[in-house]
Design a protein around this ligand. Structure first.
Ligand SMILES: Cc1cc2nc3c(=O)[nH]c(=O)nc-3n(C[C@H](O)[C@H](O)[C@H](O)COP(=O)(O)OP(=O)(O)OC[C@H]3O[C@@H](n4cnc5c(N)ncnc54)[C@H](O)[C@@H]3O)c2cc1C
Length: 259
């Protein structure tokens, strides 16, 4: 098997969203690369060693979508804590959420094919919770101050679903961008019936309301030809099935599953 080149990056900054201890925006700088080149929407794989109960060391790897557009040797990640359980779940997300500023991570990448399809067409960008990360990378690239014309005048409909109001990550930024660009449409959606009192439980399932909302949007905007979907499979699978019921070809549906 081909050896993957492992790089090092230092955590420069971290901020939570709406003061929540569950969701974080992290900013890194690659230390051994002048430029970290990737396509908006791709992810990197982060490595860490973990001691097993029997004392042996196991190498753990998890994927994280790049939440920023290419920017020299800097990159952003966006992640949520997965609750820790007795059988060891939640190891990596908690490690990263609690990583001290100035500490380093080992990673390889970029990887993945969750990238904008060319030529661009009007599209639906659907992300659940931290599934917004690769979509943010795409939109910041398309609507960059120095990127005039990159969006080719196509319409981008960003539908961000979350369980709670506080998990509408980057809301102000998207609202600002949608106010500035006529062809960017921001549609935040809080799933009804999810308790704000238990925000650590993220199951990301697509509700009947979400599926209906998508059908309504596509009927009103027939020029939408591509859908980019990112989140847990409980959301991704039913949305893909619904789009196929609506007559979409699988090539029109680009998706990234977090589990
Ligand atoms: C291509 C790709 C890109 C990804 N990008 C991101 C990202 O940008 N941000 C991010 O937060 N996560 C992302 N993930 C998920 C991430 O890799 C880890 O799976 C997640 O952080 C949980 O790791 P863990 O060790 O804490 O928990 P684990 O013990 O590995 O997982 C525990 C359980 O949590 C589920 N799970 C996985 N991801 C999530 C999640 N985000 N929310 C709730 N439950 C989850 C798993 O299905 C599993 O059942 C991505 C996954 C893939 C495959």
């Amino acid at each position: 098997m081909m050896e993957r080149e492992v790089h090092t990056a230092r955590l420069l900054a971290r901020r939570s969203f709406s003061g929540s201890p569950l969701d974080f925006h992290l900013e890194f700088e690659a230390l051994d690369l002048d430029r970290f080149d990737f396509l908006p929407g791709q992810f990197l794989s982060i490595l860490s060693e973990r001691a097993r109960p029997d004392g042996r060391i196991k190498q753990e790897t998890r994927a994280y979508s790049l939440a920023s557009p290419p920017n020299g040797n800097r990159f952003d990640l966006c992640l949520n804590r997965v609750p820790r359980t007795e059988n060891g779940a939640g190891f990596f997300s908690n490690l990263l959420c609690d990583l001290p500023i100035g500490d380093t991570i080992a990673f390889h990448g970029p990887h993945g094919d969750f990238v904008l399809r060319q030529p661009l067409s009007d599209c639906l960008l659907l992300g659940h919770h931290t599934g917004i990360a690769p979509l943010r990378s795409m939109l910041l690239h398309l609507f960059a101050p120095d990127g005039e014309g990159r969006s080719c005048g196509k319409h981008f409909h960003l539908l961000h679903t979350t369980e709670t109001e506080s998990a509408l990550l980057y809301r102000e930024q998207f609202e600002r961008m949608a106010g500035e660009f006529q062809n960017l449409h921001y549609l935040p959606m809080i799933e009804v019936g999810r308790p704000e009192s238990k925000p650590e439980i993220v199951n990301g399932a697509a509700s009947a309301r979400l599926l209906a909302e998508i059908a309504t949007l596509l009927a009103a905007q027939p020029a939408i030809q591509t859908a980019y979907i990112c989140g847990l499979n409980a959301m991704v699978a039913p949305v893909r099935a619904r789009l196929k019921e609506l007559g979409w070809d699988r090539k029109q549906i680009v998706f990234e599953r977090y589990d």
